[in-house]
Write a protein that binds this ligand. Structure first.
Ligand code: NDP
Length: 499
């Protein structure tokens, strides 16, 4: 492969034989088989690096949605009746099948949303890890949970039933991971599912479903319908759906929450963020630079939990700005199919327009771009130059709204109390980081930030720890035992103490 540029300016990769043929799909996965859509409307898949359409999938009709939900409903009793360890065994096979498809998954994902191969080449292994983690919790469901009455009058046996048929609605930024993070706990719990991927990324989810089918799950346990937001809406409101799990934007999350509130339907929402990275005065800036892109601009800035507001102490402000500017400016921007690329295009035309609008707002409101600050001209593709804005003040749009593009805002603070105040001056509460040479000091500051997850000198997801947001960042959690319980409904059987 030809080089992408490092630093100064981007170059275009000669894709040559890398271009895959146009792929046209006409079916949804329903009741254990690929079945033709009953409709004629197709959604086109566009490669954001070239702006070319390279695939299409059917937009599900109401009838397709009904069929998928009915299949999930029929499969529910049989799947729920299996021992959790039997379900776990099939999940482990699905994990192996996913890993077997690592390369096509990575390439498809990259061509759908422009995530660099360096990112997507780990997607299958990560998804397999999620399935294996939840499979490892089977014992938790098989051990009876007996709780004595506090007054000694008897005891209660607490059992966990699957919540039922689940609608899993996923976004495009990490399409594989964000489907499997829902699918794995749902399957272990004994739920059956209908998956609705985001419009830009249906083809990678077809591969995920192929992997699950190859693992031998019974027909109807996992179903897939593709299509636009209205297909998601039909699933959310479908009378035979028992639970909704959604990752995506806060406005759509609110609409889903409203519908589920009306229906008294359990819902898990993982929404947007505007997390803060607090750089304490003793922070090691070399270490900050090493983790900066993964922690603050991962996936071309299209990651919900990244710390896109960097809070720097006044006395080291210029030093921090210089360090992050140098790191961002040196990271290769280019074709996401090149393994050295760090920043690819943003995922869609509308995302591109939206990010450019934020850049214009940043300039207009008086922020100073120390690198980037404009679109990148590679001849084609939705490329934005990775941008660091300095002199950002808390009221600016770029300090308040989720941009979901390669844009980092650096704010100044005076004293740690103001740093915490600024970190909490947001309607969101999803991620965050505290950078410090002293872990205990960083931990004490982290505990003062109102957020669902926060890291000390780095950020990463831990499959065994709950991940979820506060405020506008969502409701409920994924991952961990708590994430499994989102797919379970408890039943308490009380019995008298034996004499
Ligand atoms: P959306 O919230 O619109 O989409 C997420 C998923 O929901 C997609 O599958 C979408 O389908 C579906 N959907 C859309 N409308 C409805 C509805 N009324 N009922 C049920 N499902 C629906 O995100 P966008 O793709 O439009 O991204 C916009 C912004 O959202 C980004 O700029 C970013 O700020 C934020 N975002 C946050 C993510 C996160 O990880 N928290 C992930 C992605 C986006 P379809 O794709 O067909 O419209």
């Amino acid at each position: 492969m030809s080089a992408v540029t490092s630093g100064a300016g981007p170059a275009v990769l000669d894709r040559g034989s890398l271009i895959l043929p146009y792929t046209r799909q006409d079916d949804h996965f329903i009741d254990g088989a690929w079945r033709p859509s009953t409709g004629t409307v197709r959604n086109v898949v566009v490669d954001p690096a070239t702006e070319e359409a390279w695939g299409e999938v059917p937009n599900a009709t109401a009838e397709d949605v009904d069929r998928a939900v009915a299949a999930a409903r029929r499969a529910l009793p049989g799947w729920a009746a299996l021992a959790p360890s039997e379900r776990a065994a099939l999940m482990l096979r699905a994990a192996d099948e996913l890993e077997r498809r690592a390369q096509p998954l990575a390439w498809t994902n990259t061509r759908e949303n422009g995530s660099p191969l360096a990112e997507t080449s780990g997607a299958a292994a990560n998804a397999a890890g999620i399935l294996r983690y939840f499979a490892s919790l089977a014992g938790h469901l098989e051990t009876p949970d007996v709780r004595p009455f506090p007054n000694g009058a008897g005891e209660t046996v607490v059992s966990w039933d699957p919540v039922g048929v689940c609608a899993l609605i996923a976004p495009w930024n990490f399409p594989i991971n964000l489907v499997v993070i829902k699918l794995a706990p749902a399957l272990l719990a004994g739920c059956t599912v209908v998956v609705k991927p985001a419009s830009p990324t249906p083809l990678s989810i077809r591969l995920v479903v192929d992997a699950v089918a190859a693992a031998g799950l019974p027909a109807g346990v996992v179903n897939l319908v593709t299509g636009s937001g209205s297909v998601g809406d039909a699933l959310v409101r479908h009378p035979q759906v028992d639970k909704v799990a959604f990752t995506g934007s806060t406005p759509v999350g609110r609409r889903i929450a409203a519908a589920c509130g009306e229906l008294l339907r359990p819902v898990t929402l993982e929404l947007g963020g505007k997390s803060a990275g607090i750089v304490l005065p003793d922070a090691d800036l070399d270490e900050l630079s090493r983790v900066l892109i993964r922690s603050c601009l991962r996936n071309t800035g299209q990651t919900c939990y990244i710390s896109t507001r960097l809070l720097a102490p006044a006395e080291r402000y210029d030093e921090v700005v210089d360090a992050v500017t140098a790191t961002v400016a040196a990271a290769p921007l280019g074709d996401p199919l090149d393994e050295r690329t760090v920043f690819g295009p943003v995922a869609t035309r509308s995302q591109y327009d939206s990010v450019l609008e934020y850049l214009a707002a940043g300039h207009a409101e008086g922020a100073r771009a120390t690198t980037g600050g404009a679109a990148a001209d590679l001849g084609r593709g939705y490329y934005v130059r990775p941008t660091v804005f300095a002199d950002v003040t808390p009221g600016m749009r770029i300090a308040r709204e989720e941009i979901f593009g390669p844009v980092l805002s650096v704010l100044r603070y005076e004293g740690v109390d103001q740093a915490v105040e600024l970190a909490n001056d947001t309607t969101f509460g999803l991620g965050g980081i505290v950078f410090s040479a002293d872990d205990e000091r960083a931990y004490q500051v982290a505990r003062r930030v109102s957020t669902g997850s926060i890291g000390l000198n780095f950020f990463a997801s831990n499959h065994s720890a709950p991940f979820g947001g506060r405020g506008d960042s969502g409701l409920g959690v994924e991952y961990g035992l708590e994430g499994l319980h989102a797919y379970l409904s408890p039943q308490s059987v009380h019995r008298r103490a034996r004499r």
